[in-house]
Design a protein around this ligand. Structure first.
Ligand SMILES: [Zn+2]
Length: 262
């Protein structure tokens, strides 16, 4: 896991933040039911603890499960709809034109206006110039990190801290200790998961119980004023404002390749 950067002079107007991103993709038909049940479980948890979620939607999967997509959009919690390509396209294996067409098809399918957040399928990163051109502001890089946001190709990289899957059952203490570490280092606690990745033998309850404790802890830290709960798009807006005229963009390191970030 990468550690840092921790700028001495920090223009952000919050100390630390939590962010949850969910990749909504059904790339194997056998995951359809798990994906739907996992989605409903996450929406219930988000409502219970007032946790906004950034949903990185695969356009085709949204089309094939309109019920789940409607449940996300109609949720009483303010979630963000992000883009995960239409066909779960590998950006590193496609031309700029193919990539642009697939991303635009996804945006049209989702009927979302000016989406800001993009998540690369398999976290395989390429075509930043296309994303920038299409107005995207923020993505989730492949490398895990505790640190302040960094930039690549004009986009903010909200780096992940922890991936939640069925193996994370009972790992609430570990996740809560990451929350504490992020508060201490004024960093972004970024959890990411798939709805289907939290299902255990067709049941959402075991992992829901684990996440219930983590989400409750995040909510408590917010009410204590120690951490904000934001979507990736909201984080990007704050970062854009903070690095605007009069602020030194040097406070936000640029990385050409996240692999080399330290
Ligand atoms: Zn995916």
């Amino acid at each position: 896991m990468d550690f840092g950067p921790f700028p001495a002079r920090d223009p952000l107007d919050f100390a630390a933040a939590s962010c949850v991103s969910v990749d909504f993709d059904v790339t194997e038909q056998s995951r359809f039911d798990d994906n739907r049940m996992g989605t409903m479980a996450l929406l219930r948890l988000a409502d219970r603890h007032e946790i906004p979620i950034t949903w990185a939607m695969c356009g085709r999967s949204a089309e094939e499960d309109v019920n789940s997509y409607s449940a996300i959009v109609d949720s009483s919690t303010r979630h963000e709809i992000g883009v995960h390509t239409y066909s779960h396209l590998d950006a590193t294996a496609s031309t700029a034109e193919e990539f642009r067409a697939d991303v635009q098809k996804c945006v049209q399918t989702l009927r979302v206006r000016s989406p800001q957040t993009f998540v690369f399928p398999w976290n395989r990163e390429a075509h930043f110039d296309v994303l920038s051109e299409l107005g995207f502001r923020v993505y989730r890089g492949a490398n895990r990190a505790i640190g302040r946001p960094v930039q690549r190709g004009g986009l903010w990289n909200i780096r992940p801290v922890y991936y939640v899957d069925a193996k994370s059952e009972g790992a609430q203490s570990l996740m809560k200790s990451y929350v504490d570490l992020c508060i201490k280092r004024r960093s972004i606690f970024h959890l990411w998961l798939h709805p289907w990745s939290i299902m255990i033998r067709g049941r959402a309850e075991p992992m829901s119980d684990t996440l219930d404790e983590v989400f409750a802890y995040m909510h408590r830290k917010k009410t204590e004023g120690k951490m904000d709960l934001l979507t990736m798009g909201e984080l990007a807006n704050r970062l854009d404002q903070a690095s605007g005229p009069g602020e030194s963009p040097k406070a936000f390191p640029q990385v050409a390749n996240p692999q080399s970030a330290s």
